[in-house]
Design a protein around this ligand. Structure first.
Ligand SMILES: O=C(O)[C@H](O)[C@@H](O)[C@H](O)[C@H](O)COP(=O)(O)O
Length: 230
């Protein structure tokens, strides 16, 4: 599938323009279906985008927000994506959005998959806007090349929305959307900054298999728009 490239001179320009594009897509979803859904990844890259979104004029009360993946830690942990989103995105105007939790009290993410899918069934699907990041190992969401669960997470006919994964190259058990859940989204964005990640992406698309670099699995299965700045 095509990877549309949207390249910006600066991260500032990227985040301002990207936020406007996301808001327009969410408005379209609300106009057409009464509600819209925004699925976000964790990590450091999205923080300035979250700030721009939190200041955007939108009927956020009609927007469902949830996570593309979650580290299986308490919200009090600095590693929690729930904490990251609540502190950076669901503030200001965006505080009115409905947040659907991925994390639940189960000690093991593997014991929480069915419940997580049940909670996410309350989110209007297909997701209107889904934002992916990427690690330098080519992982996206919490679909890591090193994890034993990767093959199951990449099965397009699994019928699953969530999967518990255990990376060996990154801390914490994870809960992740599966590849089929990701690629069913109406608008999929890959949000990257820096020359290194752009090089990793270009090399992966040119030379890697989906299991070597899971971001390739997404690009092979859906139309993805790259949002990149230096
Ligand atoms: O929970 C997570 O960590 C993310 O979902 C993960 O897939 C992230 O998007 C990449 O690791 C990039 O993270 P950075 O933006 O911090 O480089």
């Amino acid at each position: 599938m095509p990877l549309t490239q949207s390249l910006y001179e600066s991260a500032e320009a990227l985040n301002q323009e990207f936020a406007k594009e996301i808001v327009a897509l969410l408005k379209q979803g609300i106009d057409e279906r009464g509600r819209a859904s925004l699925m976000v990844s964790g990590g450091r890259t999205p923080l300035p985008l979250f700030k721009a979104l939190s200041e955007a004029d939108l009927d956020w009360s009609r927007v469902d927000v949830s996570l593309v993946d979650e580290r299986w830690v308490d919200e009090s942990s600095d590693a929690s994506n729930t904490r990251l989103v609540k502190q950076n995105l669901l503030v200001g105007k965006a505080a009115a959005a409905r947040f659907i939790e991925m994390k639940s009290p189960e000690a093991d993410a593997a014991d929480a998959v069915i419940d997580c899918e049940g909670r996410l069934s309350a989110v209007s699907q297909p997701f209107d806007v889904l934002i992916l990041g990427m690690g330098e190992d080519g992982h996206t969401a919490s679909l890591f090349p090193c994890s034993e669960q990767l093959a199951d997470g990449l099965k397009l006919d699994s019928g699953r929305v969530c999967i518990a994964t255990q990376p060996t190259t990154a801390p914490h058990q994870r809960m992740s959307l599966t590849l089929p859940a990701i690629v069913a989204s109406r608008n999929i964005f890959l949000h990257l900054t820096g020359d290194k990640k752009r090089q990793v992406l270009e090399d992966a698309v040119a030379n890697s298999t989906a299991t070597e670099k899971p971001i390739v699995a997404v690009i092979n299965a859906a139309s993805v728009t790259l949002k990149w700045a230096p």
